[in-house]
Design a protein around this ligand. Sequence first.
Ligand code: ADP
Ligand code: AMP
Length: 215
Amino acid sequence: MNIVFLGLPGTGKGTQAEELSRELNIPHIATGDIFRQAISRGTELGKKAKNYLDSGELVPDEVTCGMVKERLAEGDTKSGFILDGFPRNIAQAEALDKIMEELGKKLEKVIFFSAPEEVLTQRLSGRRVCSECGATYHIEFNPPSSEGICDRCGGKLIQREDDREETVIHRLKVNRDKTQQLVDYYDKQGKIVTINADKSLEQVRKQLKEAVVSQ
Ligand code: ADP
Ligand code: AMP
């Protein structure tokens, strides 16, 4: 199944995608993760993206769309994928339609994670990620068993630079209108399924499962 996860930063897309991708045995492709990896490896892509991630702006479409096209052409997407964090604007959505057509694939569902912004600032400011394996935690809502240490690999948990308060506020502003435009775009295509992301991890997981099996 070819799925897009749409929603403002902090709505829980990455957390839910990790589990669903294991369950459906399809890759979780998060554009933010690809950029962060490229930055930490110091690649050309990383050099192009760094200033945008640091400031919470969107990386230019010509960089992002090419990268997504290459990733979706890889063999592991044969039985499907979860695309998380792309598209972020209408130009990217149109590019995705074209990419899918060229690759002979069909986008089946767009799951929209909906939650009020007060909840998102709280989630993003308490988010911690593993510096080794990238697993996501929250200091209050999803803490590791041992403070500052990843349950999965023992790596050190860190706060993302762009999860500091000023950048969080800016990221929400950058993405707010564009996200709503994307909801309308996919609604017209009959692909949107909205889930209430302002619920516990378990309740969101349950809604997501129902959304994935719904026609
Ligand atoms: P996104 O990928 O949409 O930016 P994440 O999955 O990284 O969001 O989640 C943002 C933060 O909120 C993380 O710290 C995560 O542990 C926490 N979180 C995710 N879903 C929930 C939830 N349903 N309830 C409470 N906290 C959550
Ligand atoms: P995320 O991990 O989804 O919160 O994304 C982190 C950052 O990566 C964003 O603030 C942008 O700078 C960049 N980014 C991720 N996805 C995209 C995209 N589809 N288009 C442009 N920039 C993106």
